[in-house]
Design a protein around this ligand. Structure first.
Ligand code: CA
Length: 231
């Protein structure tokens, strides 16, 4: 099965164990998901409130007296509806039922294969209709997310990984004004310094490839806000 790019999908990982967190992050990032890792429930809850996530993976036993079930419940109380997958070493029906009752969508018992976690992440995002068909298109610009190719007017355009991810985010939100903050949040991890002009620089690179040689420009600057991709 070819790898599928998931540009613009942002996942919150709440896990106190460094090795597990690193293994999960490595797997998700290899599939082009952006991942924010919170090592405590408190931090995870705070990020869930202020950032926009497409999905969260939360460990039940977070140590220091923190329970992932409480964090999940709190996230739901704040009205956040993104899918949540709980992780736990406990493989009993009572814990699974408790997880689902607090608002989790799925449950995975440790140890697990990262491929299974990724498959479950994809299944939940598909259910949310966040992952659509393989071809995303606006006007004569088309991205095949299975073949990883981009064409404009039938001509293939070579993009590097970041430009591709950025374009995928634009295509998935075609017609919507995206602020620099939204773009930074969805296309880059939280470790990126928000006070740099990273977004503008990469939008310029992307425009040079998909717009500059064409009469009709698709990426528009929305002064004072950010950018919008539309016909
Ligand atoms: Ca743990």
């Amino acid at each position: 099965m070819p790898a599928v790019y998931n540009g613009g999908m942002k996942i919150l990982l709440v896990e106190d164990e460094v090795e597990i967190a690193e293994f999960v992050m490595k797997g998700l990032r290899a599939e082009q998901f952006s991942v924010d890792w919170a090592a405590t429930g408190e931090k995870g809850l705070m990020w869930a409130k202020v950032n926009e996530y497409d999905l969260a993976v939360i460990d039940i036993n977070l140590g220091h007296g923190e329970s992932g079930l409480d964090i999940c419940g709190e996230i739901r109380k704040k009205g956040k509806a993104f899918p949540i997958i709980m992780l736990s070493v406990i493989n009993d029906a009572a814990t699974k039922i408790a997880a689902l009752n607090t608002g989790a969508d799925d449950y995975l018992t440790k140890p697990f294969f990262v491929a299974e976690l990724i498959a479950r992440v994809r299944a939940l995002l598909r259910r949310e209709k966040k992952l659509t068909g393989p071809v995303l298109a606006v006007a004569d610009l088309a991205m095949d997310t299975l073949a990883h190719t981009v064409r404009r007017g039938g001509r293939e355009i070579k993009l590097n990984r970041k430009e591709y991810t950025l374009l995928e985010y634009f295509l998935r939100n075609a017609g919507t004004t995206l602020t620099r903050g939204m773009i930074l949040e969805h296309v880059w991890d939280m470790t990126t310094d928000p006070f740099t002009n990273t977004v503008d620089v990469h939008v310029r690179f992307l425009r040079a490839k998909i717009d500059d040689k064409f009469k009709k420009k698709l990426i528009k600057t929305v002064h004072g806000y950010g950018y919008k991709l539309e016909e």
